[in-house]
Write a protein that binds this ligand. Structure first.
Ligand SMILES: Nc1ncnc2c1ncn2[C@@H]1O[C@H](COP(=O)(O)OP(=O)(O)O)[C@@H](O)[C@H]1O
Ligand SMILES: [Mg+2]
Length: 284
């Protein structure tokens, strides 16, 4: 679905994306996971033709993003990180504006808007002014809007940022449903849990570079499936990784008494990130 080769973007002194190579497969939910400033939005903006790369190539469904932007635009829908709805218009009017931009007219327009509002469970709010909607509803409206031309590829930039846990889970359900209905999804996130729960494959991006790639399980296996956290006086916890529980238990039993707090647990993508970078995803 997407092929990225040696993609680089430089802003003055800042190298936002460095020689990124990546393929996104048709039918998957792909997660681009990384901390703030890692280069996620820059990459997504290049893939969606909004920003020109400094060098490198991108193809979407075989179309060259740089030389064939018009063809490429017809293939995907995109939901930007920041809310970009017309707040003074109603839900329906926002959909209608977008449909007109895509030259979808007449009965077909009404039919698609009704269908999509139903899909994202906003039908009953069709005549509400957008300003009065909750954050989760606005996100769902942006998703419905991005689907108006029936793209088979959807880009979502930090789709659940700022939403409460329950609303986030509801959006995950919607993303899973779209994927089951045939859409390939490329999303960015700095939430470990989101990448782990939602994505078939995850690429970890750090300082503009892809530092790990695989399914959540494959990535956890790379660092070790079991993590032991130890704490010695007033220091930050130390993390130790083991292939399984037995190896972790043997290690814990060998520890001297001054090592105080010990937690043995399943490894997660945070551990993968810590192991590869020496810091946490949430740190700025
Ligand atoms: N338009 C721009 N001009 C200058 N620097 C930028 C611009 N956009 C992004 N950057 C810089 O590029 C880096 C990557 O940013 P971004 O892609 O927004 O990261 P993320 O989405 O992962 O938080 C950051 O250091 C950011 O400050
Ligand atoms: Mg961003």
């Amino acid at each position: 679905m997407i092929i990225i080769e040696k993609l680089t973007k430089v802003y003055g002194e800042v190298r936002a994306v460095k020689k990124l190579n990546l393929e996104v497969y048709s039918g998957e939910i792909f997660g681009f996971l990384g901390p703030n400033g890692a280069g996620k939005t820059t990459t997504l903006r290049i893939l969606t033709t909004l920003t020109k790369p400094t060098s490198g190539c991108v193809w979407i469904k075989g179309f060259d993003v740089i030389t064939q932007p018009l063809q490429v635009k017809g293939e995907f829908g995109v939901v930007q990180q920041h809310l970009s709805l017309d707040r003074e218009l109603t839900v329906w009017e926002n959909m209608e504006l977008h449909a007109r931009l895509h030259h979808i007219g007449g009965v077909e327009r009404r039919r698609r808007i009704a269908e999509l509002l139903d899909y994202v469970e906003l039908s009953q709010y069709a005549n509400q002014i957008v300003e009065n909607l909750s954050g989760g509803m606005k996100r769902r409206l942006m998703i419905a809007r991005a689907l108006i031309h029936r793209p088979k590829l959807l880009f979502l930039d930090e789709p659940t940022v700022g939403l409460d846990a329950q609303t986030r889970r509801r959006l995950w359900e919607l993303i899973r449903r779209m994927n089951l209905d045939g859409a390939t999804v490329f999303l960015t996130t700095h939430y470990i849990e989101e990448a782990e729960a939602l994505c078939h494959r995850v690429g970890i991006i750090y300082q503009g570079q892809l530092i790990a790639l695989g399914s959540p399980l494959e990535l956890r296996q790379q660092v070790g499936m079991t993590t032991v956290e130890t704490l010695s006086d007033n220091k930050d916890p130390d993390y130790h990784y083991f292939s399984d529980r037995a190896a972790a238990t043997a290690y814990v039993q060998s520890l001297p008494p001054e090592v105080k707090t010990i937690t043995t647990r399943d490894s997660n993508l945070e551990d993968v990130f810590v192991e590869l970078t020496g810091r946490k995803v949430g740190d700025d």
